[in-house]
Design a binder for this molecule. Structure first.
Ligand code: FAD
Length: 474
């Protein structure tokens, strides 16, 4: 961590723009901004600056550009791939959006909200609710992550099935470019074919092309009646068949379809204590289903009843109250397993494949990683409705954790080779950041990589905006 506090240090000049109170430089204070959410990367920075407006943000970025100081945009710092960790050296400036918290407007006629980038996802959801609307992006991190971060990672979550990714929810953006100019693309239009759709360049760019300072976002009607079921199944292939069957019977009413394997619940029981499971006996696989339509619970029950025999469903419960619904969703949270690290070292993957290939991904991946290291425990769970699995490999019982961590490269190769073989993606919803940069270099189509580099060079020719992220060194 830089101890440079002389008059030419970034913090002194930046303080003249935002005020000294909004520039942090004590290494202890800035540590939580320099360390990623998973504790994998700790970076170096001169200071953390917290501008209070778009104009201040632009002035700070212009100053950094003039001085050659790298800038790392940061929202809630909940990202999973180290995208917000400073990697540009001791003069790097972390630009936090935490003071950009104005909800500029929520318009229930247009069904559009315009908000500053530092508004948390949960605050936006609440603001939409207060006007009788619904903002459907929903993540486990929603009380901490910020809209600018959601946009910059093109976050997914549990409702992609019905509403799409963040990309599908953005109508317009305001962005401070790497040279300090403000691009005012804050349009609120559903139809706008005036040349290149520039906003899409910044969505999912992980802060490498500029600082998102505000966004115009689509709102939706509040969902009507929600029916929730927890269904026990013999295998993932039955889950895929169940999703098809539900679509055939209930149309586009599916809003969540989450896969939970037995092993994920067993880890929960082992490390956080007894859990209230809806079934008297353990089953190998489960899906949590949400549907939104009139008489949701009754129609879901009827649809499931029709499929019990033909598909071989093992058991099912339908939530009869909001309390029961919450309890079933709690099983999903347990399945996501914040406690899995207590079983030892974990190698995590966030992958997607065409939905019909999910069963192959699970079976073939398990066979290959256990051939590489017998006893490796596969916890594959998540957004089956989107073909997106969080594919965690937990070390064999009693194995040396550091040896297992040392196999990360080999295990990544096995899983990512298989993903590519099946026509999938090595990053479904978390992005590339630092963690997967070299994997992108290994797998990306050279033409695609070349286009990405040209875009980066065109918008950030000095390479000062979040250096070292996404693109592997040429
Ligand atoms: C418990 C938990 C559950 C999660 N569940 C999900 C999930 O279901 N689906 C999912 O997709 N993700 C999930 N995540 C990951 C994470 O919450 C998302 O990636 C989120 O969108 C990141 O937002 P943030 O504000 O924390 O961004 P940060 O972590 O601060 O930044 C992420 C990236 O965006 C850039 N960035 C941030 N703000 C800006 C800005 N204003 N302008 C330009 N660049 C910017 C950063 O430089 C960095 O590269 C989860 C994380 C946790 C901890």
């Amino acid at each position: 961590m830089s101890q440079n506090v002389g008059p030419s240090a970034p913090q002194a000049e930046i303080a003249a723009i935002v005020g000294a109170a909004h520039v942090l430089h004590d290494p202890e204070v800035t540590r939580s901004y320099r360390l990623d959410a998973r504790g994998l990367f700790l970076g170096d920075a001169a200071c953390v600056v917290r501008p209070g407006s778009t104009a201040e943000t632009a002035q700070v970025v212009a100053l950094c550009a003039a001085r050659g100081w790298p800038v790392v945009p940061q929202g809630g710092n909940t990202g999973m791939v180290g995208g917000g960790v400073p990697m540009g050296g001791a003069q790097t400036v972390i630009l936090s959006t935490e003071r950009l918290r104005t909800i500029r407007s929520v318009d229930p006629d247009e069904m559009v909200a315009v908000v500053d980038a530092g508004v948390t996802l949960a605050d936006l959801q609440r603001a939409a609710e207060a006007e009788g609307c619904h903002f459907p992006l929903s993540l486990g991190s929603q009380e901490s992550c910020r809209i600018g971060g959601n946009i910059s990672t093109n976050a997914g979550g549990i409702h992609v099935l019905r509403y799409g990714n963040t990309r599908d929810l953005v109508l317009g953006l305001e962005v401070v470019l790497p040279d300090g100019r403000i691009w005012n693309g804050l349009r609120r239009l559903r139809k706008d074919n005036t040349g290149y759709a520039l906003r899409h360049l910044f969505i999912g760019a992980e802060g490498t092309l500029g600082v998102v300072t505000a966004a115009a976002l689509k709102l939706f009607a509040r969902p009507g009646e929600i029916g929730t079921a927890f269904v026990a199944l013999p295998d993932p292939a039955t889950a895929v068949a169940l999703m098809r069957g539900l679509r055939q019977r209930l149309g586009e009413s599916l809003t969540a379809f989450e896969l939970i394997p037995r092993i994920a619940l067993d880890f929960g029981i082992r490390y956080i204590g007894p859990i209230r499971e809806p079934f008297a006996r353990p089953y190998p696989w489960h899906v949590l289903v949400d549907v939104t339509l009139p008489e949701a619970a009754a129609r879901l029950e009827q649809a499931l009843a029709e499929m019990v025999e033909p598909l071989g469903l093992l058991d099912a419960v339908i939530a009869q109250s909001e309390g029961q619904r919450t309890a079933l969703w709690h099983l999903r949270e347990i399945g996501a397993g914040g406690h899995q690290h207590r079983a030892g070292a974990i190698i995590k993957h966030d992958i997607s494949v065409p939905i019909g290939k999910v069963p192959t991904m699970i079976a073939r991946g398990t066979a290959r990683v256990t051939a590489e290291l017998p006893g490796t425990r596969v916890v594959a769970f998540g957004h089956l409705g989107d073909g997106n699995l969080h594919y965690n490999l937990v070390q064999p019982e009693g194995h040396d954790p550091s040896d297992f961590r040392g196999r990360t490269g080999a295990m990544n190769r096995i899983i990512h080779d298989l993903v590519v073989e099946l026509g999938g993606s090595i990053s479904a919803e978390h992005g590339i950041g630092l963690l997967k940069r070299d994997e992108l270099g290994h797998y990306a189509d050279p033409v695609e990589l070349d286009l990405m580099r040209r875009i980066k060079d065109a918008i950030d020719p000095a390479g000062l905006m979040n250096p070292g992220k996404i693109l592997p060194p040429a």
